[in-house]
Design a protein around this ligand. Structure first.
Ligand code: PGA
Length: 257
């Protein structure tokens, strides 16, 4: 954890054209160059990545992929390797997003991807989160704990610091409202505690934790200040050029904690 905030835009399967993608990325890049305490990462679909990696590096603006395959190369039709992503200048990879988990990525696959991403010298943004909240039995804590433990099975302790954890309660993704900032605080502490069981307390103190799920420019600053997270994983609002710019400004303008 540093004092800098990290805002990651997950474009999902949007927009429909390269021209639009260039427009959205250019707006984000322009505002990012003015940020003092914040870094922005945008994660466009694979086909746009090459065209959107800045020709000259920009300190506060980076490109991420939404996924990657764990094998190095070979007969894996339809897949993209971490080496390919690294080669074109991609720096981050989202791993284990709930939408990918829903299409078949198990915790075991997620763990293999985390390892592959780190070995290639990229930074994994690993998504975890419960599908629903069990208000009475609180079983979502156990579900989340298992998911975190298994998603990092076999990942060497020494690389814990290189991991970014994105806590995304699945029920809050694509919803009307985000999780309440007070609840985010509680859950981010829990997520760190489980991470510390796997990687040690020193690493857990330093790990970057993001919150994701219905973040917009209006709730972003509260989520960070009350939820005490290091940044945000933003879906819909990252495609809204005005909203994303406002979000970055709101986060960057926050009183430093
Ligand atoms: P949302 O998506 O911001 O549109 O809820 C977040 C995500 O899926 O990462």
């Amino acid at each position: 954890m540093t004092n800098r905030k990290l805002i990651v835009g997950n474009w999902k399967m949007n927009p429909g054209t390269l021209a639009e993608a260039k427009k959205i990325a250019a707006r984000a890049r322009r505002i990012a160059t003015t940020l003092e305490h914040t870094d922005a990462v945008i994660c466009p679909p694979f086909v746009f990545l090459g065209a959107l990696v800045p020709k000259k590096p920009v300190k506060q603006f980076h490109i991420g992929a939404q996924s990657a395959y764990f094998e190095e190369s070979g007969a894996f039709t339809g897949e993209v390797s971490v080496t390919m992503l690294h080669d074109i200048g991609v720096e981050y990879v989202i791993v284990g997003h709930s939408e990918e988990r829903a299409r078949g990525d198990t915790d075991e696959i997620v763990a293999k991807k985390v390892k592959a991403v780190i070995e290639a010298g990229l930074t994994p943004i690993v998504c975890v989160g419960e599908a629903s909240r069990d208000i009475e039995g609180a079983s979502h804590y156990d579900v989340l704990k298992e998911q975190i433990k298994n998603s990092f099975a076999g990942v060497p302790k020494r690389v814990g610091r290189d991991i970014i954890l994105a806590y995304e309660p699945v029920w809050a993704i694509g919803a009307k409202e985000s999780m309440l900032p007070e609840q985010i605080y509680e859950m981010s502490l829990f997520v760190k505690k489980v991470f510390s069981d796997a990687f040690g307390a020193e690493t857990a103190v330093e790990v970057t934790v993001l919150y994701g799920g219905s973040v917009n420019y209006r709730n972003a600053a509260d989520i960070i200040s009350i939820g005490k997270v290091d940044g945000l994983l933003v879906g819909r609002e990252s495609l809204n050029t005005v909203g994303f710019v406002e979000l970055l400004k709101a986060v960057d303008g926050m009183k430093q904690q």
